[in-house]
Design a protein around this ligand. Structure first.
Ligand code: ATP
Length: 349
């Protein structure tokens, strides 16, 4: 197997703890991987951008106040428009649900449009520019007065189409593995018929054209269903903000935020990171759960053409939870971050 280069960007908070433990694990597997750790910083140094662009895989830790530029660059400037967040329960994971066994779906987050990244302004400017912009009751923005702020939500047919096609590809791959191949679209198209409505209609058209099962839920209903009927989900395609919120919810149903991985894909670009953030409340104590980052590394291995090794790493994680002996405190154990990652390595071997 040819040597692959991985760029590891730890971020801050628990990021460095979980990324270091994961990199040590990767090196221990004996896979032909070279790991580079170029400098972070604000703005992101050119040499780091170059190294990440040229790498076969990019693994990010967690963003905080001094490393937000890194994630901004990885996700928004590099336009990683598809956020793939697998929600999968392995027996032994500490789910708050009574019967979590069988939860296995992908929450797909549209990463590039909607209300992210923030575009905000003063109400006074909006009133000046669009004095007649009104809600459904006919009330114009002028009625708010000029003190206050606004935010802009953007939906384009191009953005909705490309994420819908991405969802169809994922659904087809899952169908080939015996899953339903269903796409569940999540919007608030009843309240926002023009923006969310455009997204809803575009996704529905493309999924139906692809001949795949389709359903749509408004985000409030979807939140309830992800708790009540998580096993009925397959590919859950959310608009940006809804995906941000519901992926934390989904992660908890399958055992916790410390276990949820993600891969972020753009055109010829991808990077991998845990769903959780920098968790300042537990940072620096060596007790963060490394599972989310290890599973993100497994997604990265798959992306780098090492599917069998990715599957083997996932199986090693599954074994650690099944055994239940070396788990971090969030999962009811007493293990440290590094100990847990090393136990996964031992299971991998
Ligand atoms: P940020 O603002 O960087 O997103 P946050 O405090 O909003 O950080 P997260 O970092 O996403 O949120 O995590 C929320 C909580 O979940 C943490 O405070 C922590 O208690 C728990 N948590 C998150 N990740 C882990 C982990 N890897 N291991 C154990 N607990 C975790």
């Amino acid at each position: 197997m040819a040597m692959k280069t991985v760029v590891a960007l730890p971020g801050e908070g628990i990021g460095p703890e979980v990324v270091d433990a994961t990199c040590e694990l990767l090196m221990g597997t004996g896979l032909p991987i070279k790991i580079l750790t170029p400098p972070q910083g604000h703005p992101v140094p050119e040499e780091t951008k170059r190294a990440a662009r040229e790498a076969d895989g990019v693994l990010f830790g967690a963003a905080g106040p001094s490393t937000s530029a890194v994630v901004s660059w990885l996700r928004w400037e590099m336009s990683a428009w598809a956020g793939v967040r697998p929600i999968k329960f392995f027996p032994g994971m500490h789910s708050p649900l009574a019967d979590p066994e069988g939860i296995d779906y992908i929450l797909l987050r549209e990463n590039s449009e909607g209300i992210y990244p923030g575009r905000e302004g003063d109400l006074a400017d909006l009133v000046k520019l669009m004095p007649n912009l009104s809600d459904r009751t006919g009330r114009t923005v002028k009625e708010f007065g000029t003190e206050g702020r606004f935010a802009v939500k953007v939906v384009t047919p191009r953005g909705a189409e490309r994420i819908a096609r991405f969802a169809c590809d994922l659904a087809r791959k899952r169908q080939a593995l015996g899953k339903p191949g269903k796409v569940t679209c999540v919007t608030k198209s009843n309240v926002l018929p023009r923006t969310d409505g455009l997204y809803h209609q575009t996704v529905e058209r493309i999924v139906r054209e692809a001949g795949l099962p389709f359903e749509h839920f408004h985000v409030d209903d979807a939140a309830r269903r992800l708790v009540r009927f998580p096993k009925s989900m397959d590919v859950v395609l959310c608009m940006n903000l809804y995906g941000d919120i519901l992926s934390d919810l989904g992660a908890e149903t399958a055992g916790g935020l410390g276990l949820a991985p993600s891969g972020n894909f753009g055109d010829g670009w991808a990077y991998f990171e845990s769903v959780h953030g920098s968790a300042p409340d537990i940072a620096g104590r060596g007790i963060a759960n490394p599972t989310a980052t290890i599973r993100s590394a497994a997604l990265m291995l798959e992306h780098m053409g090492m599917s069998a090794e990715a599957e083997r790493l996932d199986q090693a994680v599954a074994r650690i939870y099944r055994d239940g002996k070396v788990l971090t405190p969030d999962q009811g154990g007493t293990a440290k971050t590094r100990e847990m990652a090393q136990a996964v390595l031992a299971a991998y071997r």
